[in-house]
Design a protein around this ligand. Sequence first.
Ligand SMILES: O=P(O)(O)OC[C@@H](O)[C@@H](O)c1c[nH]c2ccccc12
Length: 267
Amino acid sequence: MTLTILDKIKAYKLEEVAADKAATPLGAVEDAARAAPSVRPFAEALRTAAATGYGLIAEVKKASPSKGLIREDFHPATLARAYEDGGATCLSVLTDTPSFQGAKTFLTEARSATSLPALRKDFMYDTYQVAEARALHADCILIIMASVSDAQAAELEDAAHRWGMDALIEVHDGPELDRALRLKSALIGVNNRNLKTFETSLDTTRTLSKRVPHNRLLISESGLNTRDDLADMASYGARTFLIGESLMRQADVATATRQLLSDPVSA
Ligand SMILES: O=P(O)(O)OC[C@@H](O)[C@@H](O)c1c[nH]c2ccccc12
């Protein structure tokens, strides 16, 4: 059997977590989590934004395994402020280093430069990482259904809720969506990119949107480039988006964000 990128990430991530636990015991991480600034409402901010327009989770992303280096000139606090100026609702910050050239400190830096709620974008397997997310000031964690069992997903979600955080449940196909809907979280992210093959198609949102109940908030993730893409996704009921690369490639991130979110009629 050939290993997918997701298998490889899981292997190094479990090693990383083991090393982190040895260096910083859980008790110390929990103390830091308790001392963190209070949680900013992530899901609520998205719901409010989506009620009257688009909700945007804007991603601070330097590189990716499929695209390599995305942005040379990379300062998380500056980029976060640009996203906030441009009208983003929330931030997403990659904290994985080997595949995304992210860092844990980027999350704290980006969030503290703004008043926006922030998602820790990483591959979560262990509740230690959830406490650590809060210690880094995260307001929401990501749970990728393709890389965890149902029991692990529920355990991670419970841990997030115990820390007062939200969880964004990411799915890519029907069976993953069915599993996600058995969890409590309102936030369902449909990833247009298959994390095993990197193939990206907006058909993923088009197809799965029909099966997301109205009491959940559907977030279309990845591969979104233009206002037409957003309008297309909105016609399928997705008014909230997770976007990284297309905004990270712009010289003026604030203006690009504002233009992407602007009403097609008034722009
Ligand atoms: O850069 P894009 O194509 O706009 O995609 C952003 C985000 O959806 C993507 O980074 C992502 C979605 N799910 C993930 C899981 C892990 C790492 C990264 C991701």
